[in-house]
Design a protein around this ligand. Structure first.
Ligand code: SAH
Ligand code: F3S
Length: 453
């Protein structure tokens, strides 16, 4: 009666939170199962950034509620951003839900499940569902445990929670609260433990990582707290690669550009959210940079790291976006030559300033703009991959590919690679000769040092 299935709808942050909850539950004697049908308890961790994930999760919960009506012992709950954002309303809509836990209270999950299962076993029904959406100081320090049984070559490490910006489209400040960073020492200790367990690559996670420690940790030698953190992580033995997501363009000052140049473990890949290439749109979105400033950041990074790979977030169909505004986004898109991009159709979020803006864009126009950018991305990404054919790339081997006889891993520039390998290579850095490429992947053969062929 203690088998838990956790399903995540959303970003890496949510994945990371689910993993931390799973690990806490395992420590408390619960079992995590991969199949929902085998579970006694199903938790949905859901993103709120766009409406789509919320709708999917609500649909899923509707099905789970039916199962619960047949079997009242079955426990179902929501956690994460959507729980935080719509808690009480969710319960009105889905009264069978037992548990709704917000983004700052994940670590109470074991206690709540104990309570629910205890009352079930004693035959005394729980009087009502448990809803906990409190804010909690210090909750950012609770998201750390990794599931011990899953050795991970590449791991996500949460360094902060929340965001103090106020982009007019974004629900995150509401669902995740104010910025709160974890102390450098704790982050480094967690990464040392991961490295001891075989992790070779870490991705530092936060809603706005470049603001890490702002106002709490002093700037030293012109270096922001975030860059100081990067330097400390860089010293951890066994860690070979460092990435981070998501930064904000305003965090790209000289110290960060120089960190890319000076810290060899920091991978030559940067996710730099643009949102729009039109200054008029950027102002309406309350993004504090101009198109010109953004392009300067890109050039400066390229100067420091000539083979930098660029990724971005773009919103199409923000209220009031004209053909001309969109055209300007396309121009910046091609000018930067993104290797990767997450393109989002604007989704109205309740309570955000953009919700009330006039000139909402029709879904047909959003879809057309979305397709246009996806087409451009495929071209750019295909061109970049094609240029790698005939070169040798360093790959961190992650494991067997889901399909086919291949193993998979990624280059320093975050390109997915497939090759013939074996289990012994998992966690190793190997050299791969690129034989062929598609827009999304590289295929090649390993160049094994010291082996004559
Ligand atoms: N820095 C944060 C950003 C969170 S949202 C993080 O990575 O966690 C991620 C992306 O979703 C944003 O950069 C934006 O492009 C997109 N997004 C946010 N709100 C949106 C909305 N209402 N509609 C469509 N896309 C949105
Ligand atoms: Fe959202 Fe803008 Fe912060 S996109 S997470 S409010 S930087």
């Amino acid at each position: 009666m203690n088998r838990v299935h956790i399903r995540t709808y959303g970003c890496q942050m949510n994945e990371r939170d689910s993993e931390a909850v799973a690990s806490q539950l395992v420590a408390r004697g619960y079992r995590i199962v991969d199949r929902e049908e085998e579970a006694d308890i199903v938790l949905l961790n859901t993103c709120s950034v766009r409406d789509q994930a919320e709708q999917k999760a609500i649909g899923k919960m509707g099905h789970l509620a039916k199962r619960k009506r047949r079997n009242p012992d079955f426990v179902i709950g929501f956690m994460g951003c959507m729980a935080q954002n719509r808690g009480p309303e969710l319960l009105e809509r889905l009264p069978d839900v037992d548990l709704i836990v917000g983004t700052q209270r994940f670590h109470h999950m074991p206690e709540y499940l104990d309570r629910l299962t205890a009352s079930r076993e004693s035959g005394v029904p729980v009087p009502s569902s448990i809803v906990d959406l409190e804010e909690e100081t210090g909750s950012q320090n609770t998201i750390r445990e990794h599931l011990p049984e899953r050795r991970k070559v590449s791991a996500f490490v949460s360094i902060m929670q929340g965001c103090n910006m106020a982009c007019t489209f974004c629900i995150v400040p509401k669902t995740r609260g104010r910025e709160r960073g974890r102390p450098i020492g704790e982050i480094v200790r967690e990464i040392e433990e991961l490295a001891a367990d075989g992790t070779r690559e870490v991705t530092l996670l936060g809603q706005i990582v470049t603001s890490y420690g702002r106002g709490e940790i002093p700037v030293r030698n012109g270096k922001s707290p975030f860059v100081q953190l990067l330097e400390r992580v860089h010293e951890v033995d066994g860690i070979e690669r460092i990435r981070f997501t998501s930064p904000h363009p305003r965090g790209f000052n000289r110290d960060l550009a120089e960190a890319y140049r000076d810290l060899p473990k920091l991978c030559n890949y940067v996710h730099l959210p643009l949102q729009s290439g039109s200054d008029r749109m950027l102002r309406r979105m309350n993004r504090p940079y101009s198109r010109k400033k953004y392009l300067e950041i890109v050039e400066n990074l390229r100067r420091n790291v000539p083979d930098m790979y660029f990724s971005t977030d773009i919103i199409v169909g923000f209220p009031g976006e004209t053909e001309d505004d969109f055209h300007q986004t396309c121009e910046v898109f091609d000018r930067v030559g993104y290797d990767m991009a997450y393109i989002f159709k604007y989704s109205k979020r309740s309570g955000t300033p953009a919700e009330a803006m006039e000139d909402q864009i029709s879904s047909e126009v959003k879809e057309a703009r979305n397709q246009e950018l996806l087409g451009r991305l495929e071209k750019l990404s295909g061109r970049r991959n094609q240029a790698l054919v005939g070169t040798t790339q360093e790959i961190l081997v992650e494991g067997p590919a889901r399909k086919g006889p291949y193993f998979t891993g990624r280059t320093r520039g975050n390109r997915v690679a497939f090759f013939e390998g074996n289990e012994r290579l998992v966690g190793e850095l190997v050299e791969m000769y690129v034989d062929r490429a598609t827009p999304s992947s590289l295929y090649g053969s390993l160049v094994l040092a010291g082996v004559d062929t």
